[in-house]
Design a protein around this ligand. Structure first.
Ligand code: FES
Length: 106
């Protein structure tokens, strides 16, 4: 099991457990966990509605791709620890991370 914590838009934090090796990205897991994420582009790194801030564990994640960076650069609300959840495959490297859902309420 991979375990991390998600902070929703109200500041409420809940642990999320995901079986290892399921091959989903973080956006898909958040949606499956009933968080409201629009994900209009379906995970193509185009819409930025899956924007999360990685408050803990940022350095353990794979580097940002050029496509992801291009989109993050267009976001006025982006932080140095911002990522697109759809570009993050849920893997061991997320163990213990803390993600804040940063996108606007759909
Ligand atoms: S779902 Fe559109 S950028 Fe992630």
């Amino acid at each position: 099991m991979i375990q991390f914590v998600v902070e929703d838009r109200t500041g409420d934090r809940q642990p999320v457990e995901v079986p290892g090796g399921i091959g989903l990205n973080l956006m898909e897991v958040l949606k499956a966990s009933d968080y409201t994420i629009q994900a209009t582009c379906g995970g193509m790194a185009l819409c930025a509605t899956c924007h999360v801030q990685v408050l803990e564990g940022h350095d353990n994640l794979p580097p940002v791709s050029d496509a992801e960076l291009d989109i993050l650069d267009t976001l006025p609300t982006a932080h140095p620890d911002s990522r697109l959840a759809c570009q993050l495959r849920v893997e061991e490297c997320m163990e213990g991370a803390l993600f804040r859902i940063a996108s606007e309420e759909p």
